[in-house]
Design a binder for this molecule. Structure first.
Ligand code: SF4
Length: 75
């Protein structure tokens, strides 16, 4: 099965509906409660946020500006 979401902005892997990262099935997503995922959405959101924090910390350690933080809505 495939799914193409009209709210997905492929240039940035961004959700235009939630104004944050696209994590299918997350709170507020059009798929919330309508599909089963091998890894729960809450866990994928947690892993994504952890990876972003790690990338920001590594950028700071290199003396670079960390990537901008987008607004977060839901989880
Ligand atoms: S989070 Fe859900 S609603 Fe948003 S772009 Fe991804 S699949 Fe679509």
């Amino acid at each position: 099965m495939s799914f193409s979401c009209p709210h997905f902005c492929p240039d940035e892997d961004h959700c235009l509906r939630l104004k944050t990262d696209c994590v299918p099935g997350r709170k507020g997503c059009v798929l919330e409660g309508k599909a089963e995922f091998a890894v729960p959405a809450e866990e994928r959101v947690r892993l994504l946020e952890e990876a972003k924090r790690q990338a920001a910390a590594e950028a700071l350690a290199r003396g670079e500006m960390p990537p901008p933080v987008r607004s977060r809505r839901g989880s």
